[in-house]
Design a protein around this ligand. Structure first.
Ligand SMILES: [Zn+2]
Length: 146
């Protein structure tokens, strides 16, 4: 029998509890997610990545964007361990992370991580994208320990 861990498995928040809103700047990201493609907003003029997406490039003010398909991998830039489900206050261990996205220098994505115990998440840990169905037919990118 294995030793009990401090927090236990890092869980994903239940998809049925998650609802998003989109706008013209963010919708291409969410449409790609429905196809299980991780993407990031990139300026079509200067190549600067910006996440979250915005109408204007902060570097050159262009409104032209590309949505390249990324490898779907990255590294944990920051994280926190949570132990209550925000929807109902019940005990529930999940780990929000900020991920540096491979293939999109400077772009980071907020998500949850799974596939390991919560206490095993570390800054710099390699992760790969994992897809979770949420309300209204949208799909949420999360990450799994690589
Ligand atoms: Zn630009």
């Amino acid at each position: 029998m294995s030793e009990p861990t401090k927090y236990g498995p890092a869980l994903l928040l239940p998809g049925e509890q998650i609802r998003i809103t989109t706008n013209p700047n963010t919708e291409p990201f969410w449409e790609a997610a429905k196809e299980h493609r991780l993407t990031a907003c990139q300026c079509a003029n200067c190549g600067h990545f910006r996440m979250p997406p915005s109408a204007y490039c902060p570097e050159c003010s262009s409104q032209d964007v590309n949505w390249p398909t990324l490898p779907g991998t990255g590294a944990v830039f920051s994280f926190v361990v949570c132990n209550k489900n925000p929807a109902n206050g019940e005990d529930y261990v999940y780990v929000p992370v900020v991920v540096d996205l491979d293939g999109a220098p400077g772009a980071r994505l907020n998500a949850n991580v799974t596939g390991c115990n919560a206490e095993d998440v570390q800054i710099g840990m390699k992760v790969t994208v994992d897809w979770t169905g949420i309300q209204d037919g949208w799909v949420l990118p999360n990450f799994r320990k690589a």
